[in-house]
Write a protein that binds this ligand. Structure first.
Ligand SMILES: [Zn+2]
Length: 285
């Protein structure tokens, strides 16, 4: 029942009995096969050999094409395309990979300067009894620093504490400006401190930046360096691990909001001048 129905659905071919006939015939020598091909073009042996030929031919062509294209020219041309896009470098005698690697390693950092106004856009930071917040004072100092550097012809990015731009941030330097506690700690809780970012790539430059700021800021403001109170919050400052590893970076606690409050709020220009002097020391060395 099933067999006859199946054959009925095949309109173009031989009667249903033809196929079983071929299958049952035992002899498979080439002459017989050729004879069958003539008699029965749609038969299995013909299809099998044609299929084999076609498959082998296609396989040969594909193999040839892969041999011609794959190892060298495909890889090379895609790298060249990427180079052209990324580096806009039209001609080179060096191998593509070496060129691309060397280019990314030596590409200079941009000349802009990043200034983070501590806590800005995130929280208040320290809050004093009169309602003054560290965040607003940090922003006031950072804005003054930005203005002074802009007046000198520099491009300054004024950044929030958790600014989106910090991820992979590239600049000639990054400085985050903070102020210390409003609480009375002891009579020695006065002055400033600076900590450097210590990634493998920027450690030396960040140390140099830190030295410049420490020296110039102390000289300009007359504030003492508050040795021994650099905290993990400074050393492991979050932005240090977000920025491009080559951007020199440091964080300053520019004064204590308790004992240095009047100086910070009444002589803010000098605070900013001290920071600018430190940044210029780094830039000009
Ligand atoms: Zn802070």
């Amino acid at each position: 029942m099933n067999a006859s129905e199946d054959f009925d659905t095949i309109p173009q071919d031989q009667p249903g009995t033809a196929e079983p006939d071929f299958e049952e015939k035992p002899k498979r020598q080439p002459p017989k096969t050729q004879a069958r091909q003539k008699n029965d073009p749609a038969g299995n042996p013909f299809t099998f050999w044609r299929g084999m030929q076609t498959t082998l031919a296609v396989a040969f062509v594909v193999a040839t094409l892969f041999t011609l294209w794959t190892p060298g020219s495909l890889v090379e041309s895609s790298l060249e395309a990427r180079m052209a896009q990324a580096l806009q470098s039209a001609s080179s005698d060096l191998p593509a990979i070496a060129e691309a690697t060397a280019e990314s390693a030596i590409s200079p950092l941009p000349s802009n300067i990043g200034i983070v106004a501590g806590h800005y856009g995130y929280d208040s930071g320290a809050v004093c009894s009169n309602g003054a917040t560290e965040a607003e004072l940090n922003l006031e100092i950072a804005t003054l620093v930005q203005k002074k550097l802009t007046d000198l012809g520099y491009t300054v990015d004024l950044l929030e504490e958790f600014d989106d731009r910090l991820e992979g941030y590239r600049a000639s330097m990054l400085l985050s400006i903070h102020l210390d506690s409003c609480q009375y700690i002891n009579d020695q809780a006065t002055g400033f401190k600076v900590a450097a970012a210590l990634s493998d790539q920027n450690a030396a430059a960040s140390q140099k930046l830190t030295s410049c700021i420490s020296e110039q800021y102390g000289e300009t403001t007359g504030l003492a360096y508050h040795a021994g109170s650099v905290t993990d919050d400074m050393t492991y400052y979050h932005a240090f691990s977000e920025i491009d590893g080559r951007t020199p970076a440091a964080i300053i606690e520019a004064g204590f909001l308790n004992m240095d409050y009047r100086f910070i709020t009444e002589d803010t220009e000098r605070i900013a001048d001290g920071i600018v002097a430190g940044l210029l020391c780094f830039l000009n060395n």
